[in-house]
Design a binder for this molecule. Structure first.
Ligand code: GL4
Length: 809
């Protein structure tokens, strides 16, 4: 039944009144938002319930995506949209004198992740539901999300992100489904009266895991899947043992705060607690739910797939073994076969410093039973592998090495599938990072290039473009993104080109207004909007971008009469709080921005905008307005990237190294429709192997570069306190780990090509059109379809079964 505007108004008013006992006319924005959110949640609750029941009644196989991070973004508009209610609600609100945009600003943007990895998990949740794939998320309900970033004098300052301060209307606390998670103490095995070995525990810390469930709404298909986030509490029956507030700390802290770094592994006890807490609660609740299917335990892999999102949840493997051995009393061989067939693992990074390795002593103390099981997994692995492949490879691939538990090795040994997140990344895993494992288990390796949901990143973020596409190619692309290719047919259509340029201009105007409102900087919407939005990390090379800006600034100062194409450089980036170098780069960019934005000689030719607190909501504002997508990581370092896909889908032209998914972007849109520069991954490997890179030599021999670098240390940029020196030093005196200087020249040339092309608006827009039309392969719907078919073996289970056609690549 469709909802009418009239019915919506009536129901909304009564919803509001039942919550606050006064008229909506008196409500604050927060209250109105809460009422609307709960109204939508009530509306979808029937589908939510029926989806759950349907899965059990039909004994369908379900996938559980285990991830320490999710970045869902605001859910009001997206839920209303997927339910098909958006227009009705907008109209109804307008009639009552409100606007959806205004209410939406009251919604917290749950920052329960660091960046790409967490956002990918949420794009996947959206696609699972929209494809009608029975899929669940499993994660942590952090009380504090990723810190709120502020700039004070250009320096990053971190503030707590208390996203739960006001109520979270989307979640449902589910006290019926709690689990108990045990830490520490002593453990031993004992025969029970039935003759089974049983694990006995004493002096454990018992933590109650309470699930909070959030609906994941499919796109117009009546499917509502579940995202389950766990919160740590004191078990009710043990409350009397906790006399002081202080005594409750060890429990409360487990789900208090997200670790703010995804590029660097910290061997901290609390993080290990978080990982096991989430894993144990998740696996327990899955196996409990499986009992509803009334099937033998050996059939678990036919009904359950567990996905390990990076190594953080890799303890799923020993935890599942523990339950099957100690509680279900299966033999090791039976338990191992079930576990191995159930689990699959994605690697998301080749950064060595991000690969988790837990000290054995820490693991033993915190998780004694789990450690025993890991030891046995390791022993059995060594015993079977050594006679066939020899000692060297066995030693290199063992789980226990040099006093640590190597989590990637555990994940690989215990999973039937191992995948990377872009073609190049998977190749690097096979040839370098996990080379030995590729020799042992070639059949387990596969690639699954990342994807994004067009629903959030096009339909909702860019209504202007969406309208234009609907008008030109019909609405089919919304269900079948591959239909976007039809838009290519308009490449030579002058009218369409003009209309597309107009859409982009309006988006830029809107962002320009927002920038002025937020930062007081006036930017010219006719300038090139050049965007780099991602975590701040040396390998992503925001400092290469910065050097180009500095170079350009000096050029403007020295050649006042030269004809420059106006440019606005836009950054969004958080640095891990302990990552000093990244923070120094932020400070340099901010001080440079201050100088440039206030220099009357520069005017409209150049502006630099660094947004504070980059996150999903900001990305939705920036991406539709971008002309240039900066994807300039050192080749081989960025596993995939996903902002590259979002920006392309919104018509930005990609300025990139041949790294991560940039390579696939090139394959789909063609080299002539983007700007490629820099070393290839092969060249990077060769240069590293040769060991003769000499950044100082480049500095000394390249006049342009020297001039630019010197400006970091000669007081050209006011307000710096040594940060310019720090960057200079790392690049010139410490041999430039990420080959910034090596790629500088070719980056500058690529930037000149950008300027030249932008002078020809039609030609630029034509390329922009081709980018949009070629972006379909990056739909997360396709990515999820491939995971579902190849790895999880789960089927689309809804009326919309055939909604996703296979992609003809
Ligand atoms: C990341 C990669 O750095 C990024 O390239 C990739 O797109 C993302 C999702 O696969 O995963 N790995 C880690 S760790 N954090 C990321 O964002």
């Amino acid at each position: 039944m469709t909802l009418t505007v009239k019915a919506f108004i009536k129901e909304f008013k009564s919803q509001f009144q039942s919550m606050y006992a006064y008229s909506y006319k008196e409500g604050s924005t927060e209250q109105l938002y809460n009422a609307l959110g709960l109204y939508i949640k009530n509306y979808l609750s029937r589908n939510w319930k029926e989806t759950k029941e349907d899965y059990v009644e039909n004994s369908v196989k379900q996938v559980y995506y285990f991830s320490m991070e999710f970045l869902p973004g605001r859910q009001l508009e997206s839920n209303a949209y997927n339910l098909g209610l958006l227009d009705t609600i907008k109209e109804g609100l307008n009639e009552m004198g409100m606007s959806l945009e205004e209410l939406e600003e009251a919604e917290a943007d749950p920052a329960l992740g660091n960046g790409g990895l967490g956002r990918l998990a949420s794009c996947f949740m959206d696609s699972l539901a929209s494809l009608g794939v029975p899929g669940n998320g499993n994660g942590i309900r952090y009380q504090y999300g990723l810190f709120k970033q502020k700039f004070v004098d250009g320096y990053q300052v971190e503030l707590p992100e208390n996203w739960l301060r006001y109520r979270n209307v989307w979640e449902t606390r589910n006290d019926k489904s709690t689990c108990m998670v045990k830490f520490g103490g002593n453990v031993w095995l004992e025969k029970n009266h039935l003759g089974y070995m049983e694990a006995k525990y004493e002096n454990t810390l018992n933590v109650l895991a309470v699930p909070y469930d959030t609906p994941m709404v499919g796109y117009r298909n009546n499917v509502v899947n579940n995202l389950r986030l766990w919160s740590a509490e004191i078990p009710v029956e043990e409350e009397e043992n906790y006399h002081t507030l202080e005594a409750t700390e060890p429990i409360k802290e487990i789900t208090q705060v997200l670790y703010p770094d995804d590029s660097n592994y910290e061997g901290r006890l609390l993080r290990l607690k978080q990982e096991y807490f989430m894993v144990s609660a998740g696996v327990q609740s899955i196996l409990r739910h499986y009992k509803k299917y009334n099937l033998p335990r050996k059939n678990i892999p036919d009904k359950v797939a567990i996905h390990i999102n990076d190594t953080h949840p890799a303890l799923v493997i020993p935890e599942m073994m523990r339950i099957l051995l100690d509680e279900e009393h299966l033999s090791w061989e039976q338990a191992w076969e079930i576990t191995f067939k159930t689990c699959s693992y994605t690697n998301h990074t080749i950064l060595r410093e991000a690969l988790e390795k837990w000290p054995i002593d820490m693991m033993k103390d915190l998780l004694p039973r789990i450690y025993m099981i890991i030891e046995e997994i390791n022993q059995r692995f060594v015993d079977t592998t050594a006679p066939i492949y020899g000692d060297r490879i066995t030693w290199q691939t063992a789980i226990l090495q040099n006093g640590v538990v190597n989590m990637a090795h555990l994940a690989v040994i215990g999973s039937h599938s191992i995948n990377g997140v872009a073609k190049l990344h998977t190749e690097i895993l096979m040839e370098d990072v996990l080379k030995d494992f590729f020799e042992l288990y070639p059949e387990r390796f596969n690639n699954k290039t990342n994807g994004i949901t067009q629903r959030r990143w096009m339909h909702l973020a860019n209504p202007g473009l969406t309208r234009l596409l609907d008008e030109k190619i019909g609405e089919e692309w919304k269900k079948n993104p591959s239909e976007l290719k039809v838009f290519k047919g308009f490449e030579q259509d002058e009218k369409t080109i003009k209309e597309l340029a107009k859409v982009k201009f309006e988006n830029k105007q809107r962002l320009a207004d927002y920038i002025e409102e937020l930062q007081g900087i006036k930017v010219n919407p006719k300038a090139i909007f050049d965007v780099q939005i991602k975590r701040l990390h040396a390998y992503k090379r925001q400092h290469l971008n910065m050097l180009h800006i500095l170079y350009r600034y000096l050029d403007i100062k020295e050649n006042p009469s030269k004809d420059f194409v106006p440019r606005v450089f836009i950054f969004g980036a958080k640095a891990a709080p302990s990552y000093m170098y990244a923070k120094q780069i932020i400070k340099v960019i901010n001080s440079l921005a201050e100088l440039i934005n206030n220099d009357p000689d520069v005017g409209d030719k150049l502006k630099v905008v660094f947004f504070e607190n980059y996150g999903v909501s900001l990305a939705e504002k920036i991406i539709p307005a971008a002309d240039i997508s900066e994807q300039i990581s050192l080749a081989s370092m960025e596993a995939s990237g996903t902002s590259n896909m979002k920006l392309m889908a919104n018509g930005a032209l990609t300025l990139a190294t041949l790294d991560g998914a940039n390579i696939e972007i090139k394959d789909f849109v063609g080299e002539e429709n983007m700007f490629i520069f820099g070393l290839s991954s092969k060249e990077v490997y060769e240069l590293k192997a040769a060991g003769n890179y000499n950044s100082k030599g480049i500095y000394e021999s390249n006049e342009k570069l020297r001039h630019t670098l010197d400006a970091l240390t000669n007081d050209t940029i006011p307000g710096l306190n040594g940060e310019g020196y720090a960057v200079f030093d790392s690049l010139v005196n410490y041999n430039d780990e990420y080959f910034v200087l090596k790629d500088f020249e070719s980056y500058i040339k690529a930037q000149e090509k950008v300027d030249a092309l932008y002078r020809n608006t039609d030609e630029w827009t034509r390329k922009s059109l081709l980018n949009i039309a070629s972006s379909a392969p990056f739909s997360a719907d396709y990515t999820i379809k491939r995971y579902a078919d190849d790895i999880w073996k789960v089927k689309q289970h809804s009326e919309q079964k055939d909604s996703v056609q296979p992609l003809d690549e």
